[in-house]
Design a protein around this ligand. Sequence first.
Ligand SMILES: *Cc1c(COP(=O)(O)O)cnc(C)c1O
Length: 208
Amino acid sequence: MNLKELRNHLPSRVKVLAVSKGQDISSIRLLASSGQIDFGESRVQEALPKVDLLKDLIDIRWHFIGGLQANKVRQVVRTFDVIHSVDSLKLAKRISRIAGEECKKPIVMAQVKFRNDPNKGGFNSEDLLNSWNELIELPNIDLVGLMTIAPLSFDLTQRKLLFKECRLFADKLRLEDCSMGMSADWKEAVESGATWIRLGTSLFGSRL
Ligand SMILES: *Cc1c(COP(=O)(O)O)cnc(C)c1O
């Protein structure tokens, strides 16, 4: 899919996150040279050497979108500008504490699962509401939105319903951003009010 054409079709509120996991350095450089600024990685081990090899691209922003283990938080806080996958209050507290030590204030999103999906992490909506007061008091994170991933088994109609639910929940919490939609379902996400779509294979081609 051509990025420029895609951008022309998207409402102006929608930003494209180029998910570069499993993609090589030259493909990332190529996309960056066409003006793409935001890149997403989901594995710390894979991301750190890539970020280092690309550090001459000073305009790039790195987004972390994968499951984040406690012992990787410091590396992620040092390297990434945005974290889409904050899936518990405990993790949010740790990120805030370590960000303080590192003199950082990452932009974060709370990952929410609106259906029971054993394959994916995330707050369920009730947990998020229960944690809300503590979450918004954390001094060294900037909570701007919600992130969700549709269960693999869902068809596009079900995905669209789920994305709408995410948008409504974000509105209720007065959060601007919804990071939702991937190569298979970004259209449904855009129609439902996404502000970030996370595209890997549809932008880059298949992963290594
Ligand atoms: C890999 C990944 C994507 C991109 O998936 P594609 O199907 O290649 O577009 C988006 N979001 C998350 C959280 C991912 O891990």
